[in-house]
Design a protein around this ligand. Sequence first.
Ligand SMILES: CC(C)(COP(=O)(O)OP(=O)(O)OC[C@H]1O[C@@H](n2cnc3c(N)ncnc32)[C@H](O)[C@@H]1OP(=O)(O)O)[C@@H](O)C(=O)NCCC(=O)NCCS
Length: 188
Amino acid sequence: MPAFKTVHLCHKSCIFAPTLLQLLWQFRTTRACLYWCFLDNREIIEKMDPLFRLATIHDLAQLSVLNKQLREDEKIDNKMTDEEITQRMEFFITGQVYKVHVLENQEKEIIGYCVLDITRNPYYLRQLFVKSIFRNNGYGKLLLEKVMAEYRLKEIDLEVIQWNESAIRFYEHVGFKRRYIGMRLTTV
Ligand SMILES: CC(C)(COP(=O)(O)OP(=O)(O)OC[C@H]1O[C@@H](n2cnc3c(N)ncnc32)[C@H](O)[C@@H]1OP(=O)(O)O)[C@@H](O)C(=O)NCCC(=O)NCCS
């Protein structure tokens, strides 16, 4: 009798296997729908493809704030006033040496940017920044990939401050190799 029961059950599960799979699939789809329905806007936008575009002078105010955040994140030791940061950013955006690219979400919020020196060979990435709440969503890598594709680059250089270990780990993770040692002599 127990042997019969086992065979019976196995037989049953074979018959119902496709139905079980369908149920599981339905559960997955329902869960995905619920997930999307109950997320707030910001989270939904984060899942969307942001727009990659050149910065214009209208982005100056936003980009100056982001540059200030970048400087805080990398704990840079050369002091600049807010005005100097804005003036330099204006020069990056409007001059002939640099191209500033941004990633913008559907709320027209710049979620990341980078500054590219197109006069150097190879092109030189001067700043790469993703707003802290948007990090670890692939946007830093996306910015880099978009820039490489936009200018059909096979190589790109950058410098990163020695103590910015998190950025160094990111750059190495996406494929950069250490190449130079930068040094500075400061006299008082
Ligand atoms: C560095 C920075 C731009 C990375 O942007 P991000 O959007 O968070 O990075 P991504 O989500 O695109 O990460 C891409 C990959 O790198 C990995 N990664 C990201 N940050 C990492 C870190 N600190 N250490 C190791 N790996 C890291 C991710 O896990 C991801 O891996 P995967 O592709 O295998 O999944 C962002 O952290 C930042 O703005 N930092 C502050 C500004 C700064 O210091 N910029 C450098 C100035 S030189």
